[in-house]
Design a protein around this ligand. Sequence first.
Ligand code: TRH
Length: 394
Amino acid sequence: MTEAHTPAAAHDSAIACDLFCAVIDNFGDIGVCWRLARQLAHEHGWQVRLFVDDLHAFKKLCPALDASRATQSVEGVLVEHWHEPEHAGETLQIADVVIEAFACELPPVYVAAMAERVRKPVWLNLEYLSAEDWVADFHLRPSPHPRYALAKHFFFPGLGPGTGGVLKERTLDAARADFERSPDARAAWWQRATGGPPPGPDATVISLFAYENPAVDDLLAQWRDGATPVVLLVPEGRISGALARFFGEPAFGAGTQATRGALRAHALAFTEQRGYDPLLWASDLNFVRGEDSFVRAQWAARPFVWHIYPQADDAHLPKLDAALEHYGRTLPEAPRAALERIWHAWNGRGTPDWAEFARHLPVYAARANAWAAELGQAGDLAGNLAGFAKSQLK
Ligand code: TRH
C-alpha cells in the first residue's frame, strides 16, 4: 500500500514526515535527528516517524525509549526500529516529507514507493554541519534521481546566512534565562550533578565533553598548577580514561571526584539529552565535540573549545578553521590568536597554553553573546526546513 500517513496530507498540522537516521558512531547522528524530530512534531505540528537503526545509542539520550520495541511513541514522535537496510516500517506508507539524515541510504523499496506516489514527497538529504563558505551555494540544490521521477534536495546546516542554520528550540533562550537568574536552580543543579554546592566565584568552571585527546594531559597539568581554582565537570565517556590515569584512579565513572593542586574534577553521569544544556549553562567554559554539542555551546553563549569529529586525511581541519573564522571574526588580534591556538592544540596541532587563553576569557564571554545573536540570523534549522518543505508541497 502506498499512501500518506493521513489523507489530508498537505495541511500544516497534518504534514507527515519520515526521518531516517543511521547511527555511524557516538551520539551526534541520533542527537541531531531526535532534536529535529521533536521540533517538527512539537513546534510545527507535523506527524513524525523517526527510523533509527541503533536504539541502544538512542536510549542513552532518551531513557524513556524501550530498546526492545520495534515501534513506539515517544514524546509525540513515532519511533521505528530500522532493522534492515531494506526495512521501512510494517506497512509501507510514504510521508509528505522524507528526510534522510547524513546521506544514509533509504530502503530501495521505500524509494520505489515514493516514485509511485501520486503526489511526490519532498525529499531532503540533511547534511552534516559545516561553516565553510561553499555551503550556502549548495544549500537546497536539487538532484534528480537517475531512474525515478524524483528529486532530492540537499539541506545544509551552516553558521551563516543563506545556509539551513542550526537547530534551536523556541523555548531554549527562555529556559537558559530562567536557569541563569535563579540561584536556587543553579544550586539544585550542582547538588544533583556533583552531590555538593556550586563553587565560589573565584573558580573557573569547565565542562569537558571530548574524544580521546593527546592534549588533555598537558591541560590537566596546567589547571593543576594554575594560580586560580578550576572545577572540571566531566560527563562519563571517551575522555574518562585520561582523567582516571591523571588522577591515578582505576576509573573516572559518575560520582568520582578528585583534586590535585588548583584542579578539582567531578565525573558526571551521562544525562538524557535535555539535561546537557544546564551543564553548559553551569560552566564558564565548555569543551564540546562533534556537531550537536558544538551547536548547543554556541546557544549557551559561553566561551567554548571545539573538538571536531576527526576525518580521514585531516579533512576536518578546514572545517575547524572555517568555524574559527566566523566565531573569531570580531575578536582583537591577541584573543583571536589565543583562541586559535587552543582550538588547534585541542585538535592535534601544537600545545595548549591555558594561561594565555584564560587571560582573555572575559573577551570570549562577550563575543559568545554577540555570536549567539549573529548565529540566530541564519534562523532555526527546523523552521527553515519546515518552511522549505511547505513551499514545495503547495
Ligand atoms: O557524540 P558525538 O561525537 O557525535 C558525532 C558522531 O560521532 C557522528 O558520527 C559525527 O558525524 C558527528 O558527531 C559530527 O558529538 P555530538 O554531535 O555533540 O553529539 C553528542 C550528543 O550527546 C548531543 O546531542 C548531546 C548529547 N549528550 C547528552 O544527551 N547527555 C550528556 O550527558 C552529554 C555529555 C551529551
